[in-house]
Design a protein around this ligand. Sequence first.
Ligand code: AMP
Length: 415
Amino acid sequence: MKFEDYRIAEEIVNCLKDLGFKRPTDIQYKAIPSILKGEDVLAVAQTGTGKTAAYAIPVLHLLHQNKSSKRTEGIKCVVMVPTHELAIQVTDVFKEIGKRTKVKAFGIYGGVEQDAQIQRLQKGIDILVATPGRLFDLRSQGYIDLSTIEILVLDEADYMLDLGFIKDIEDLVRLLPRKRQTLFFSATISKKIKETAYSLVKTEAIRIQISPKNPVAKNVSHQVTFIEMDDKRFFLERLVNENPDVKILAFVRTKVRAERVKSAMERVGIQCLTIHSDKSQEERNHILDQFKSGAVKLLVATDVSARGVDIPNIEFVVNYDLPEQVENYVHRVGRTGRANHRGYAISFCSPEEKELLEQIETFLDNKIEVLKIDHVDYQQTLVFTQEVSNDWKALIQNTEELEENVRLKKKRKKK
Ligand code: AMP
């Protein structure tokens, strides 16, 4: 299946080519045709599966068609997201995929001045990506009219509920026209999520679930190493030094720990960035830019600040501290192994954290491979990364061959 096989405007297909998207990912394959038909969708898929483009591509196509047929003015689609970072990221995806169309996407979020956002809104936009606070704020001041909305997208709905945005979702829905298409995306599914979803989508909504059993990306190798709490920084230092060209995202439990790890790294000459709730929006954007560009290769983050953020080409996710909430393991490692790239997730488990590890393994329904390191000779880390990467290459090759065989077989059948 190629993007050309869908009835999507050439302008959009060409942008997908520019982005190097050769074929749809699983979630795109399942969601795009239904969304194009105007159906409601309830999808369970994590970041890293290509879920943003799964709704952005068909939404852009539908609105592009609208534009060509000179339909009425006004905002046609609202995408509600839980965080500023996600708002920026989702807006960028719309802008990139819609670059050759006249459909205009714009993101509004708190933590920055309102004026520039108001000016842009006044020029007219088609797709509004927004965090709840800023959306209601600007609407109450009269800058946003929701009466022309045809499509509602809720992204990372589970995270929105975690952050207590349930009332905002309900309020938003009350302000939208009843006749609309609703696309509901969540990384996880629980009773509460289902209840919320069913109250929003039509009964005949298409349900899509990607990898329900084992929610972590297939192309991520998971390993755990048993290490004393005080030795963690030495191992991180080694990992950074042995892998100078790769981006490493390390998760810690608190902002204080993030700053401590940063100081420890800087003491041994390693540049390091931190991202957590004490940083202003502007600082966060700057930090993410530095990390994305590769100017600084090590980013230490807390869970909340990194959730949903798409940072391409991370090879290593390090659980410097094991997450206290099991689901956060999935969210953390979702930052690596994206869209068919390889990835490694390494957990540093101290004796105090063994119980957390057991909980994670139960949740994943899988044992995490133990990486044995000689704690005196850290050189072994080098051996480890090379070994894993060779295994990985073999795995990729096999998968590619397998896919090619399936394609050939299908072709032969058609003939
Ligand atoms: P998301 O799950 O939306 O956070 O997307 C994860 C990453 O996958 C992003 O960096 C996208 O640019 C990339 N991506 C999305 N769709 C495709 C595709 N069809 N082929 C290759 N990469 C993709």
